[in-house]
Design a protein around this ligand. Structure first.
Ligand SMILES: Cc1cc2nc3c(=O)[nH]c(=O)nc-3n(C[C@H](O)[C@H](O)[C@H](O)COP(=O)(O)OP(=O)(O)OC[C@H]3O[C@@H](n4cnc5c(N)ncnc54)[C@H](O)[C@@H]3O)c2cc1C
Length: 379
């Protein structure tokens, strides 16, 4: 065992410098009595993992016709997200949702009815946009309201806000162990080959795909996870797709969205984006990050492009740049209805040791509300 270098005492440790960890750390410093708040991130920068490698879609409900609750919560959070992160939003594109003619779980009429139920703007797209699709394959094309965020701007903003708030940040450090106690925990951090032990009154495990890497006591909620190695192809769109995002639902179809952080579009496909999936109980209790590292990342972009072009021929003229591979983490309960609830766990027998999963970016507001209710005395 490596020697323990030093023991430091802090009020709160946030493990994981993704969007959730950063926002929670900022909240702790600004809104609670915590004085010393530290973020420990294993990567060389903040927001390098799933908070970067995603479709950048700010969900406004359309994506979730099979889960009314998720659709509705997205509607509730959408405008707030746009307001609070206005400087990180790309709203300068038209967004289309399309319904396929075959192999689909819902019809064009059902999609319109669903939009009306969740009170989401939706109108039949004008002729200039309809013409981009093969009418043999697509039944309905609708102009909707859905923006994208720029992960690069979000990262810059996070650095600025965390510094202003006085949050301490350590990158390139990996938390290797959490010994939970009745009041807080002792945590081991690997920093340049040295182990540093930290005593924290509160610990927030915000490691998304890594949530089960620590040997923490169970919580009162029975959660199982599904992990999936997901590929997003980054493409340079053909002229027709500039300033346009397209999602075909609800079945084995594609989605092409602006990816503002790199000035490209992302292309994903329900059939080809997921390469491998496993649940927390199936695969050897492996750390999903290690599984991804060892995975042979052979791109399926050609299949994605070829299939998408059957519905929208111009996609065939895009230029493929590269692919992002990341682990998507969802609760097992979401497998059937594709819902994206939040998960907030208080680990049994501990006070102040939590694990947090936000299934999508806009859920952050639901998590902050939950935190506020959880420990009113701390706020
Ligand atoms: C392919 C894909 C597409 C998606 N598309 C969308 C979308 O369009 N819209 C949307 O709203 N959401 C989308 N999501 C979901 C969204 O990306 C996540 O909900 C969000 O990024 C989660 O943020 P986070 O901070 O919890 O996770 P992350 O950003 O992954 O942060 C977790 C951090 O923990 C760090 N970490 C892990 N273990 C340790 C350790 N032991 N020590 C120190 N640090 C550690 C990691 O390095 C990482 O930086 C998508 C996700 C994926 C994977």
């Amino acid at each position: 065992m490596k020697p323990i270098d030093s023991i430091d005492s802090i009020d709160a440790l946030v493990i994981g410098g993704g969007f959730y960890g950063c926002t929670i750390a900022r909240w702790l410093k600004r809104e609670t009595t915590a004085r010393r708040v530290l973020i420990a991130e294993q990567e060389s920068d903040l927001l390098k993992r799933s908070s970067w490698a995603n479709q950048a879609r700010i969900h406004n409900g359309y994506h979730y016709p099979r889960s009314f609750v998720t659709a509705w919560r997205s509607r509730v959070n959408y405008d707030r997200f746009l307001r609070e992160y206005a400087d990180c939003i790309d709203g300068e594109f038209e967004k289309l949702y399309c319904v396929a003619r075959r192999n689909t779980h819902l019809s064009a009429n059902q999609f319109q009815k669903f939009c009306s139920d969740i009170k989401a703007p939706c109108r039949v797209a004008p002729g200039r946009l309809l013409r981009l699709f093969d009418p043999e394959m697509i039944d309905g094309v609708f102009l909707v309201r859905e923006a994208a965020f720029d992960a690069r701007l979000l990262r810059e903003r996070m650095w600025g806000e965390l510094r202003d708030a006085g949050v301490e940040i350590k990158t390139d450090v990996r938390v290797t162990n959490i010994a939970a106690m009745t009041d807080g925990a002792e945590i081991d951090l690997m920093d340049s080959g040295r182990t540093i032990r930290i005593r924290a009154n509160r610990v927030y495990n915000c490691t998304y795909a890594g949530l089960r890497q620590f040997d923490l006591p169970k919580s009162d909620i029975d959660t199982g996870f599904k992990f999936e190695i997901a590929e997003l192809a980054l493409i340079e769109p053909p002229n027709e797709l500039e300033g346009l995002g397209v999602t075909v639902i609800d079945g084995p179809f594609f989605s092409v969205m602006p990816f503002p952080a790199e000035g490209l579009h992302s292309l994903s496909h329900v059939r080809y984006t997921p390469h491998v999936s496993w649940t927390a109980h199936e695969w050897p209790a492996a750390n999903p990050y290690a599984v991804l590292k060892d995975y042979e990342k052979r791109s399926r972009a050609p299949y994605m492009i070829r299939d998408a072009a059957r519905y929208m021929p111009c996609v065939g003229n895009c230029t493929y740049h590269r692919s992002l591979f990341e682990i998507k983490t969802v609760l097992r309960q979401s497998e059937t209805n594709d819902s994206r609830p939040i998960m907030f766990e208080r680990h049994r027998g501990t006070s102040g040791v939590y694990s947090v999963l936000g299934g999508k970016m806009d859920n952050i507001f639901d998590i902050l509300e939950t935190l506020q209710k959880e420990e009113p005395a701390y706020v």
